[in-house]
Write a protein that binds this ligand. Structure first.
Ligand code: 5AD
Ligand code: SF4
Length: 539
């Protein structure tokens, strides 16, 4: 019942703060099914239609009643009964009509930070706003609404947002009185992590929407129009935005991202993601297939299946999927949670998606190494259009550190998996994530990570210095005891080892002919193009 705890925690924190008490009481959010529930109050509308100047008592009569507040202040018991349904969207308060939610052709500027999930979330948010009469702009200076889709994974990512907000202050201040006031919103992980603290700290922020609250954006923006700053940060057990097809923003795009699942149940001890994005839930297979078919009809040549733990995919939405089949993990790997059973799994999904259009390349990110059973590996090997590229985040090369990180594998099990993958999928391209200087990491642990990098020789690597995050297990139980300069030195050493390995791995394909999907001009040179191969080697 972890997610319920998140939801209740959220509401409790909000209730404790005097500033947000009123906001909370009036705009308390609870979960409804996926469609926006609105209430129309005929008396109020009639008065507005007639243009009648209401006196104070008649305004009181038509405003929110004491019952309205009572109705919204549920007991924890009532709250728990409601918390298992989908999107977090509030009934409209009596003083807002459905029409008030329309964007009136205001221009929205979206700025995205962090991972690919955020890029996709920005498109989901935009899709919702577009349906509500907003327009999109690529120019900050044209914008009536600026929305930042934020990341919390490391402190640096959050600092970038705080700096950006400082700069936006002057943009807001320069706004002409004759224009509609500029509205600024924080969306995504940072909204979820800091909640109303952002509203308190940054007076210029008007709305806060967590990753499961994008359906509520039109209402939050409408409240902002009436001068009220508000937040919706409830996490959901079910929200996958399955019915919201993100808008393809670039007409020349060759490649698209399709979200297949959200959230994470792994609870690695360093990671904030389970707290900002909530529990793992998968989008029903039918809606994924429909979206991929549409993209194929539009002529797209590549689809990347997206999720925090993409290969933990499990669709339980149909009765026939709900057998008691046990879950096969990679050999020597374990999960931090009680093993789940049944459901349509990642191998089934990959099988069906890759059959839609044999000319369309399929990729997926980001997976967890524990969920690579043989059926997934064989499918990648067999299907020509599934790219032979696997991301296998190792995080550390030391079994001792991996245990403290709660990764569910040892160095040996990870290396066995690498060998098994290379045997099963010859020529496969491998990438990984590593963290330098995690709590308690010794010089010996660090040398183990260096030796893993040298042994595997990844093609692509993402390397980070450890950044302690509040709420995580590490924050509560471990000491962030590796000095910053040591973290940075170790990170630099990891980068060097990675680069040497990648240079060798890439040299091995020099002289081979590769089929490249061109993505556009190279950033480094106007005379070169940039694109990706699928790593099926042709001699
Ligand atoms: N500090 C540094 N890196 C982190 N990552 C996740 N949490 C942290 C943290 N607290 C890295 C992991 C993960 C990637 C997305 O970000 O390597 O795989
Ligand atoms: Fe974070 Fe671990 Fe989940 Fe990845 S698997 S999102 S690192 S908790």
């Amino acid at each position: 019942m972890q997610p319920l705890k998140y939801a209740l925690k959220t509401s409790q924190t909000l209730r404790q703060s005097p500033l947000s008490l009123v906001i909370w009481q009036i705009f308390r959010t609870y979960r409804t099914t996926s469609n926006f529930k609105t209430k129309v109050y005929p008396e109020l509308e009639k008065q507005q239609d007639n243009g009648v100047q209401r006196d104070f008592s008649s305004r009181l009569a038509t405003g929110p009643t004491f019952q309205h507040f009572l109705r919204n202040a549920l007991t924890p018991q009532e709250e728990s009964e409601k918390s298992d349904s989908s999107a977090a969207v509030e009934d409209l308060p009596p003083y807002l009509s459905t029409e008030a939610l329309v964007g009136k052709r205001r221009k929205v500027y979206l700025e995205t930070y962090g991972c690919q999930m955020n890029v996709n979330d920005a498109e989901i948010a935009w899709s919702i706003l577009e349906k509500n009469g907003y327009l999109r702009t690529n120019s900050l200076h044209e914008a009536d609404v600026i929305l930042l889709v934020t990341c919390s994974i490391r402190e640096k990512a959050e600092q970038a947002i705080w700096h950006r907000l400082k700069r936006l202050k002057s943009v807001k201040a320069r706004r002409l009185k004759s224009q509609v006031p500029l509205r600024i919103g924080i969306l995504g992980c940072m909204a979820e992590r800091l909640k109303e603290e952002i509203l308190q700290r940054e007076q210029l922020v008007d709305i806060i929407a967590g990753p499961d609250s994008y359906r509520d954006l039109p209402r939050l923006l409408t409240l902002a129009d009436s001068g009220q700053r508000s937040a919706n940060v409830l996490l959901s057990l079910e929200e996958t935005y399955a019915d919201i097809m993100p808008v393809q923003t670039s007409p020349n795009a060759t490649s698209a991202f399709v979200s297949i699942m959200r959230g994470c149940d792994n609870m690695c001890s360093y990671c904030i993601v389970p707290f900002t994005r909530g529990r793992e839930r998968s989008r029903p297979v039918a809606s994924i297939l429909e979206e991929v078919k549409k993209l194929s009809e539009q002529g797209l040549k590549e689809v990347t299946l997206l999720g925090q733990n993409v290969n933990s995919y499990r669709d339980n939405s149909e009765i026939q999927f709900n057998n008691a089949a046990p879950t096969n993990l990679s050999r020597g790997f374990s999960a931090n949670y009680k093993m789940k059973k049944g459901g349509l799994r990642f191998a089934d999904l990959l099988d069906q998606v890759s059959r839609i259009d044999p000319e369309m390349r399929i990729r997926f990110t980001s997976p967890h190494p524990k969920d690579f059973p043989d059926e997934v590996l064989h499918l990648i090997q067999e299907r020509n259009n599934i790219c032979k590229q696997i991301h296998l985040p190792a995080q550390s090369g030391s079994s001792r550190v991996l245990e403290i990180m709660r990764r569910g594998y040892t160095r040996e099990a990870y290396l066995d998996l690498i060998h098994h993958i290379r045997e099963t999928i010859p020529g496969v391209s491998l990438s990984s994530d590593f963290i330098a200087g995690f709590c308690g990491e010794t010089e010996e642990d660090h040398l183990q990570t260096l030796s893993l990098l040298r042994e595997v020789r990844y093609n692509v690597g993402f390397l980070f210095a450890y950044s302690m995050r509040q709420k995580t297990r590490a924050y509560h139980r471990l000491q962030d005891d590796v000095p910053e300069e040591v973290k940075q030195r170790r990170l630099a050493e990891l980068i060097t080892a990675f680069r040497e390995g990648a240079a060798e791995a890439n040299m091995a394909v020099v002289g081979h002919t590769q089929l490249i999907l061109v993505e556009g001009p190279s950033k480094r040179s106007t005379t070169e193009l940039c694109g990706r191969n699928d790593v099926t080697l042709e001699a």
